[in-house]
Design a protein around this ligand. Structure first.
Ligand SMILES: Cc1ncc(C[n+]2csc(CCOP(=O)(O)OP(=O)(O)O)c2C)c(N)n1
Ligand SMILES: [Mg+2]
Length: 1008
């Protein structure tokens, strides 16, 4: 099912617009049908000459004019408008309001019932029928509303015969039209009037629900919210705008239109993904921002695709036009990075909102081509900004997400992001979604791009009201935007504005749309643009003169010309001008190569360890599960012995950072307990629902906040969200953990498009940590590998370049690379690498393979001495046993990474080769520790060098490390591969085969 029909099907169907008349009178006479159909046609009449009533009596003519005026004051001549506004008109008895809201049902004469007597059953039935009609309009009015400026969509949805069948049951005829009906409390169409004639009820409902706005909201399961919406659309006069307001809309529309026209003139062969056909989006965004600012919002974070982006930067954010025009000049960049095309860049601006006279910050988040990928990123950034401002209800910071119609319904990440909208640790307290619905996606029309009636149906899952509106009716659009902003401020929930427009050009300006949509574009070619239509309307009603319209347009063109001239004087572009998340002050006064120490005082470790192993203090009644009491006791015993396992090492890192004022946020599926039941940061009272204790939130009275949250079962949106969160403040450790590392590939666009390349494209840094459980432990193909080879393949360090050796070798490498990939084998090293994320004078994403069985491995423990003052992260852990102590005896050095180390040492012990085989762990795989590998190789001058890995040969680290080993060894020695053969799958599903393969690898590696 889909809503769209092409112009072709329209051409075959002369009576494209069905309306209430056809629903109501299915069982009535054709004469009545004709009459009411004619009355309904008044929606489209504009001039007295064209209107169908002039041949009636003067009284009925005036009456019809009055009806038309009630529906749309602009549809009648201005003299009539003035006349009706002056209240001089006394409507005939059947239109005259009865006393306001005071009369009981029995007070009406309903054509049969005597006033004062109890109503008969027909009267009651008819009233119920009217109530049902009102409700039907509220539920289904949007189906037939005039939303499409091109009128190529049949207004009624295909297959919606249920609508007709409901109306077919009500057989009101012409004789009923003047009957007075009491209005139920579920409608506001009466204003101050308690009852209205049926004709007036239908006219008003038609006008509210089937005109240029289609409100889809009756699925919301809150009466309060439904009534709130009804009131804002049904109350008479809500669509009346003052002349000042109209002029403002016109001025904004002039700028939006003028901007695209200027670019088209100056850069006719450049792609800019113009907004032509939906220019109203710019005044719409401005209206949302104005109303929201009025209601207390100080910061708006926006995410949007290509379409209209430059216009938004220019006319919503007011980014200097010359900076935008400079992007067209193809200049070299003055700063580092590889940059991005102009319609992907972000911006951040702080300015005075001239309408509200309040300061406002506006950010448009940079995004890749991948449509909708930016949605969760914006939400994470918004959430973080709310958090740092203490804005717990989202009153000061809000997000706006702009979508294309095809992408909004086609991209799954929209759904995933929607589902974050009401989760306690992910909500941004209401997002306003704006769909620039041009009824096409590249060359595909909606009949072939979605199975739902509207492109916005995805929002129904979170009970978001959806306001469809014809983009050619600026006042209707402004009203909808105002309601959307008020909705968000009132209920702090998502809502959607569906701006139904068209696309005047091809997908981009050099594309030919007639190849694929000939009929649609024939219509478009003949269609006047929105600015001209609105200007004509305002001129006709006397709000502005034609000269004023021209002069506003000319003035804006002058502004563009001046900026154009200025842009010509520029010699370079500056990527920094396009930064969406500036970290003011973070880099100031910092030595760019100085890393703060990551070891902490032993007493700090002991304090954190004791807290982490204790139940809530002074809460004897808090009942903890017996199994967890054992876990706590085991932790306490480790603290007493001054050793840490994986969970304790992690808690030491988090706790010590929190002590230093660094906010820590860990998010992902089941992270509170940990997939492998090792973490247990949240203790649950066994008898009281939702009573929990999280010791890391209670380490120190003045610590930074700690947040750990089980996420929805999503990787794409949640990883995007945490990436966005990490962009806001560099002084926070933000971690996302995958359930198993392999699931991270459902978030591949976030990894590829944002995390690995964000700094290079958009000068934006992020210290996000990805924790990816990884290891070949016989669990089958799907839970073994985080595909570390993919991350390594995206690392930007040159395999053939050995950087100059110096004391700062390690930090300089980190500075220069795009991200860090590591596989730590000890809790201490895990602890240090987490702390190093904050100790660095810059931010880099950290991709960390994390263990599974090692979480409980008796040897995978670290003494406190390896975490206390003076200790630090070890990029390579040398062999500290007999081999390392007597290197000249060593015949073979086995380099490895991660958990296989423990298997290798066990085999070496069993084979009693501890003096002859050295095992060296490469903990930080990328950037590659060239210097330390060289040092180790020099230590074992005569030994054979091998790289042993448990992953298949075409997977794991081998292809990344091999050329780098050769560079580190200056090609003077070789390093050979020991491990599994190449494979298509990550691991075998057979336990027996797994063990066979592992033994073969261990035997190959540990042999001389
Ligand atoms: C994830 C993704 N897939 C495919 C594309 C290629 N693409 C670019 S624009 C576009 C059409 C988008 O249509 P719509 O969302 O309606 O936006 P419009 O261009 O009409 O404003 C497509 C398919 C993309 N950018 N991102
Ligand atoms: Mg589109």
């Amino acid at each position: 099912m889909h809503r769209a029909h092409t112009a072709f099907s329209l051409a075959l169907s002369p009576m494209a617009h069905k309306n209430f008349a056809t629903w109501l009178l299915k069982s009535s006479s054709s004469q009545q049908m004709a009459k009411v159909t004619a009355a309904a046609a008044v929606r489209t009449y504009n001039s007295a000459a064209a209107e169908p009533f002039a041949n009636g009596s003067t009284a009925s003519y005036v009456e019809e004019m009055y009806n038309a005026w009630l529906r749309d004051p602009t549809s009648v001549h201005t003299s009539w408008d003035a006349y009706f506004r002056s209240n001089s008109y006394v409507s005939p008895p059947n239109l005259a309001p009865v006393q306001a809201n005071t009369l009981p049902l029995t007070a009406f004469n309903f054509g049969g019932a005597v006033a004062g007597a109890a109503p008969d059953s027909k009267t009651i039935d008819d009233h119920l029928a009217v109530q049902a009609i009102i409700r039907s309009y509220q539920i289904r009015g949007h189906n037939i509303a005039h939303l499409d400026p091109l009128e190529i969509n049949t207004p009624e949805l295909p297959g919606n015969s249920s609508t007709k069948s409901i109306y077919a049951n009500f057989s009101f005829g012409e004789q009923d039209m003047d009957r007075q009906f009491k209005l139920p409390s579920t409608t506001f169409i009466g204003g101050d009037e308690a009852s209205l004639p049926l004709k007036e009820i239908l006219n008003r409902l038609e006008n509210v629900y089937c005109n240029k706005i289609g409100v889809e909201f009756m699925f919301i399961n809150s009466l309060e919210q439904c009534n709130w919406i009804r009131k804002r659309f049904e109350t008479p006069g809500v669509l009346n705008f003052s002349p000042e307001e109209k002029r403002l809309i016109l001025a904004r529309l002039t700028r939006a239109t003028g901007f695209e026209a200027f670019l088209a003139k100056k850069y006719s062969s450049e792609k800019r993904f113009g907004l032509e056909g939906c220019e109203i989006m710019i005044p719409a965004l401005k209206e949302i921002i104005d109303v929201s600012t009025e209601l207390g919002v100080e910061s708006v974070i926006m995410g949007m695709p290509h379409r209209g982006r430059l216009n938004t930067l220019a006319n919503v954010c007011r980014k200097p036009l010359n900076q935008i025009f400079t992007q067209f000049a193809g200049l070299e960049a003055a700063d580092d990075g590889s940059g991005d095309v102009k319609y992907h860049l972000g911006t951040y601006i702080e300015r005075l909102n001239r309408v509200t006279n309040k300061n406002i910050r506006l950010a448009v988040v940079a995004n890749p081509s991948h449509l909708e990928a930016v949605d969760p990123v914006v939400q994470g950034k918004t959430r973080a900004e709310q958090f740092y401002r203490g804005d717990q209800e989202g009153k000061k910071v809000m997000s706006i997400l702009i979508h294309g119609d095809a992408a909004f319904c086609g991209q799954g990440v929209v759904y995933e992001t929607m589902h974050l909208s009401d989760l306690p640790d992910y909500t941004t307290h209401g997002t306003i979604h704006v769909v620039a619905n041009n009824q096409i996606g590249f060359t595909t029309d909606p009949r072939f791009s979605r199975s739902s009636p509207y492109c916005t149906d995805v929002a129904r899952v979170v009970n978001a009201p959806i306001f469809h509106v014809n983009a050619d009716d600026p006042e209707a659009v402004m009203h909808v935007c105002k309601v959307a902003a008020e909705w968000r401020a009132t209920f702090h929930k998502d809502c959607v504005i569906d701006l139904v427009g068209y696309r005047r050009n091809g997908h981009n300006e050099i594309d030919e749309p007639m190849f694929t949509q000939p009929l649609m574009y024939q219509k478009i070619r003949k269609h006047k643009n929105c600015l001209d239509l609105y200007a004509d309307k305002l001129i006709a009603e006397g709000t502005v003169t034609a000269e004023e319209v021209k002069s506003v347009a000319a003035k804006y063109e002058n502004i563009c010309e001046e900026a154009f001239a200025l842009a010509k004087t520029e010699t370079h572009v500056k990527y920094k001008d396009w930064l969406d998340s500036p970290w003011s002050g973070f880099f100031e006064g910092k030595d760019p190569l100085k890393v703060a120490p990551t070891g902490v005082k032993e007493e700090t470790l002991i304090h954190i360890g004791n807290r982490f192993s204790s139940p809530p203090p002074n809460a004897a009644e808090f009942v903890i599960h017996k199994g967890l009491l054992r876990v706590l006791a085991a932790r306490k015993a480790m603290v007493d012995e001054k050793v840490a396992d994986w969970a304790l090492g992690e808690a030491m890192a988090f706790g010590s950072l929190l002590k230093e004022g660094i906010h820590v946020r860990l998010s992902g599926q089941d992270v509170e307990r940990g997939t492998f039941s090792h973490r247990h940061h949240v203790l649950h009272h066994q008898l009281v629902d939702k009573a929990t204790y999280n010791s890391l939130q209670h380490m120190y009275p003045d610590q930074a906040p700690y947040s750990v949250s089980n996420s929805s079962l999503s990787e794409y949106a949640v990883l995007g969200f945490e990436h966005g969160y990490s962009m806001t403040n560099p002084n926070a450790l933000v971690l996302w953990e995958a359930q198993f590392g392999d699931f991270s590939n459902t978030a591949q666009s976030i990894i590829d498009q944002f995390i690995s390349s964000g700094q290079s494209k958009w000068v934006r840094q992020s210290g996000l940590v990805m924790l990816l459980p990884h290891g070949m432990e016989g669990m089958g193909p799907e839970h073994s590998s985080c595909r570390v080879e993919r991350f390594l393949q995206m690392s930007s360090d040159d395999p053939d370049y050995f950087p100059p050796e110096s004391d700062e070798f390690g930090v300089r490498q980190l500075h220069d690379i795009n991200w860090i990939v590591a596989n730590c084998s000890t809790p201490a090293n895990y602890y240090h690498i987490l702390r190093r994320q904050i100790a660095l004078p810059f931010r880099k994403p950290l991709i960390l393979c994390t263990p599974k069985s090692l979480l409980r491995h008796p040897e995978a423990k670290s003494p406190f001495s390896e975490m206390s003052e003076g200790s630090e992260f070890q990029r390579i852990i040398p062999d500290n046993g007999p081999a390392g102590q007597n290197p000249s005896n060593v015949k073979k050095v086995v380099f490895c990474s991660g958990r296989v180390y423990y298997d290798l040492t066990k085999t070496r012990r069993e084979k009693q080769l501890e003096g002859e085989i050295a095992i060296v762990r490469v903990e930080q795989i990328s950037p590659f520790p060239f210097d330390l590998v060289k040092e180790q190789a020099n230590l074992y001058k005569n030994a054979e060098l091998v790289w042993a890995q448990e992953e298949h040969k075409n997977q794991g680290s081998w292809t990344y490390v091999q050329p780098r080993f050769l560079t580190a060894l200056n090609h003077s020695r070789d390093v050979s591969y020991v491990g599994r053969a190449c494979g298509a799958s990550t691991a075998t599903g057979s336990k027996a085969q797994h063990i066979r393969e592992l033994n073969a690898l261990l035997n190959d590696a540990i042999s001389t």
